[in-house]
Write a protein that binds this ligand. Sequence first.
Ligand code: AMP
Length: 751
Amino acid sequence: MNFPFRFSISLFQTASRLFAPNPSTHFSIAHACNFTTKPYFSTSTNPSRIAMAETSIDSLKGTLAQKRASAEAQGQAVRALKASGASPSEVESAVNSLKALKVEVEALSKELNSRVSENGGGNRDDFRQGVVNALERRLFYIPSFKIYRGVAGLYDYGPPGCAVKSNVLAFWREHFVLEENMLEVDCPCVTPEVVLKASGHVDKFTDLMVKDEKTGTCYRADHLLKDFCKDKLEKDLTLPEEKAMEYKRVMATLDDLSGKELGSKLKEYGIVAPDTKNPLSDPYPFNLMFATSIGPSGLSPGYMRPETAQGIFVNFKDLYYYNGNKLPFAAAQIGQAFRNEISPRQGLLRVREFTLAEIEHFVDPDDKSHPKFKDVSNLEFFMYPRDEQKEAKPFKKLQLGDAVKKGNINNETLGYFIGRTYLFLTSLGIDKERLRFRQHMANEMAHYAADCWDAEIESSYGWIECVGIADRSAYDLRAHTEKSGVQLVAQEKFAEPREVEKLVITPSKKEVGLVFKGNQKKVIEALEAMKEAKAMEVRANLEAKGEVEFFVCTLGQSVTLTKNMVSISKEKKKEHQKVFIPSVIEPSFGIGRIIYCLFEHSFYTRPSKAGDEQCNVFRFPPLVAPIKCTVFPLIQKSEYEEVAKLISKALTRARISHKIDITGTSIGKRYARTDELGVPFAITVDSSNSVTVRERDSKDQVRVSVDEVASVVKDVTDGDSTWTDILSRYPLHSSYSSDEGVLIGDIHSKS
Ligand code: AMP
């Protein structure tokens, strides 16, 4: 919700990746290679091919550098010849040599660029395409309104996608709402303007946009500039060092550029509309909220909410009361959010309607300790504190307790939610080697935020912000208090009254008015707003000299105050309670992004036994798998089908989602079909009293009695037993089909 700088897939990340080495890359490849025959993002399956390609790229680079140096020297020689008044024929022959060298430099550059893209380019795209094809074919998701050619940035979840999403949300509720006794609410998506005016969204929830001057197609200005710099840095290997540094600097400071600065950079680099090469308009702010009006009159403006958080803030008073007027407490909300993204790209990652799961944890600003912090303080995972980013150091594993103790993370409560988020994501199946927590740079954070960290997951699109965890101080409740006039505050009653020293500033309206006339109000407001140190300085000057120069920012000038205009003192008072606006710590989960990254981290391919095709598998843990188990009669035989139906009933009673497949398709094909849906267990009925249970990734099978099988599958899907436990409890069974490597003849002897 950090809207002044709302680059969710952080531009900084791209820049920092270019500046800093990425220690996790080798993990990504190694990890995926445990399972895949098609490596994840690697440049080639064959190490010697990679080595060869890299060697020839290196030698090409060397030759190019030599040729460039020769061309530069020849250029100097031409200039020297001309300056010395050499004969025209001498100059002409030197110029011809220079031209020949330039042609060679050009050809070598082209060759180098094409070698690099052959070697490295495309693999991430190929991997992504494989995942997306499987997801679309198996209806995990569907482009919305497809029969009408769809709408960019809108997607439907199909049956398995819906099941995964509902499992992720159920686990989110269990992991956060249940664990912390959070107060869950469910507020409308349609929100009156006044609420979003108070929160700042009406004025500031914008991205800078440019238009193709001829076709009117819109683009995000910062994306065009970022793409240009990234392209140059990645593809133009002949880029001079100073230019490369300049592009890196532009990328690292994109967030800071005003519309005007962004516009002049686009012009300076000659950036045009990517699709048509037409000129672009100057950048201008575009508000991302979908506007609507509430009721038929059209007089009551509203918006589709861009986040769920505001619904919680405006209910603070009632929720605080419901909680027995006690802090800290947290409220939570799961719901749709709407952002009219300018040019949505990156598939499910940047969409126009998405599900957010948000927590607002209200806490005393003077005490941000957390009683359960010790439960997570020993966790160690990748963190990328601001200072490490500034120095272009790689991110590394830190212990959470240390990061809070050293002040990398602002406070225990923020640290607690970072730790809980790490546990949440890794339990879902996010690879911990491709997960990092990155602290916002000062220029990324809203001015009021005390600290902010993003959980970023590495995918084929790069590092993606999936969860934002921010200490937003008292900003939101203060803004709604001011706009609504309703005090969104908490009180803490003291056991014993406390003596406190209070600053008392009493301006004399009469004296100020006599001197400053129409500016009386502004001067008085400035006096009342003085902080203690300033007030003491003014008092000391008035006492010593009788007058003082005092700057009134709303007037933009200093005025001369005299002693009779204001009295400043410190008074001791007894207080029975403290009244304050709570701070809020906000973890905000983009559910769609988490699910997409989970799809990528779970996907692998393996060859069929015959070796003639690749089978897709989603390695979902049972917790998120859309269906936990399949039931297959081995062959079409009524006796087996009856047993399958009995097992299905027992699974339903045990609340295990499952699917019966009684088609006559070969068992290997049926396994492959459900592996592609990520179903972790398959029960195959091959007799009337015992069946086999197959685990998806190892393809190991055990033999279990018909009566027991539902409870065995329940145990292992609920996490009460592991598959290793099951292997030690039940006899191993060799598999059936040629795909699975065992003879069909074996089946009949058992039936
Ligand atoms: P923000 O309020 O901008 O910090 O966003 C909160 C979370 O919502 C982010 O961490 C993302 O996971 C998610 N998110 C933001 N914008 C989009 C979008 N256009 N499409 C999908 N998810 C998004």
